[in-house]
Design a protein around this ligand. Structure first.
Ligand code: C2E
Ligand code: MG
Ligand code: MG
Ligand code: MG
Length: 288
């Protein structure tokens, strides 16, 4: 009996694995047409200054409105798009849409700018970094939209840059020289040598959500506090700004502000949402 029950369990596990593989295969083959059919859309999540609470910009987060499966998050399809190379045209599309959106916000702001014109953060996958068209595509998009390079921040994960040689860093250096900000995303999850930060053309550290989560308990773990304090002071001494991800409570925000973090992002302020929402938040913020 036990044996047959175990056997059934394995069959169930196999069936689930099969179903997942089928879905994965189906999603992979549907990706190129999804881009042509306009099934992708972007949500924007505000980036808030911890000192004064003002909205400074937003991170663009891509979603797929799949005709059968509904809205799929990036974790479901970005790895597939990276595997098939579709990430290059998809990433270019996200970049162009997001930069256009930033221009629209700036036009709507029309001078009502408590904290300066809104900026836009866009995620880059490692495949885009190694694609030879990255710099030219970015320059073209900024020119076509008439948006200044300093309105744009490109987020690259720490793990994508671990052990990066000069060839990989060259395009990022070019972009940084033009005035585009480069942020090191999910910082603290990889094993990069802190001294290594000096050779990367980054101007912003995005501290991973795991640090923010450890600020949830009260009192927070003193060792975690020390670690964040140390990272922030090192970052600032290297002229890097520190953004924190995943802020879900006011207590976390307050703790991270006291620790010297500059900017925050998370559900406490707003979930990712449509572009109008970001504009409303920024405007309320500017006009009081
Ligand atoms: P990420 O760049 O680290 O983005 C932050 C993720 O944390 C987002 O998940 C966001 O919705 C989520 N988040 C924000 N605030 C909170 C919070 O307070 N609590 C919690 N629990 N989560 C929060 P999302 O949208 O599912 O994106 C996941 C990842 O997918 C992103 O992580 C990014 O690496 C990748 N991604 C998203 N859009 C793009 C894109 O256009 N291109 C590329 N290459 N990757 C993208
Ligand atoms: Mg990001
Ligand atoms: Mg992140
Ligand atoms: Mg993250």
């Amino acid at each position: 009996r036990a044996k047959s029950a175990g056997g059934n369990r394995f069959e169930l596990a196999d069936a689930e694995a099969d179903a997942r593989a089928i879905t994965r295969h189906g999603l992979t083959t549907a990706l190129p047409t999804a881009l042509e059919r306009g099934e992708f859309f972007i949500e924007y999540q505000p980036l808030v200054h911890l000192g004064d609470g003002s909205v400074r910009g937003a991170e663009a987060l891509v979603r797929w409105l799949h005709p059968q499966h509904g809205v799929l998050g990036p974790d479901r399809f970005i790895p597939l798009a990276e595997h098939t190379g579709l990430i290059v045209p998809l990433g270019r599309w996200v970049l162009e849409q997001s930069v256009r959106q930033a221009r629209e916000w700036r036009e709507l702001q029309g001078g009502v700018e408590a904290a300066g014109p809104l900026r836009i953060n866009v995620n880059l996958s490692p495949c885009q970094l190694t694609h030879p068209g990255l710099v030219q595509d970015t320059v073209d998009i900024l020119e076509r939209t008439g948006v200044a390079p300093d309105a744009l921040c490109l987020e690259v994960t720490e793990s994508a840059l671990i052990g990066a040689d000069d060839d990989l860093l060259k395009p990022l250096r070019r972009l940084a020289e033009m005035g585009v900000d480069i942020a090191l995303d999910d910082f603290g999850t990889g094993y990069s040598n802190l001294a290594n930060l000096r050779r990367l053309p980054v101007s912003i550290l995005k501290l991973d959500r795991s640090f923010t989560q450890s600020m949830q308990q009260f009192p927070a773990d003193p060792v975690d506090l020390k670690i964040v304090e140390g990272i922030v002071s090192l970052a600032h001494s290297l002229d890097l700004a520190v953004t924190v991800e995943g802020v879900e409570t006011g207590a976390q925000a307050e703790q991270l502000r006291i620790l010297g973090c500059d900017t925050a992002q998370g559900w406490y302020y707003a979930r990712p949402g449509p572009p109008e929402r970001l504009h409303q938040l920024a405007l309320v913020d500017a006009t009081g």
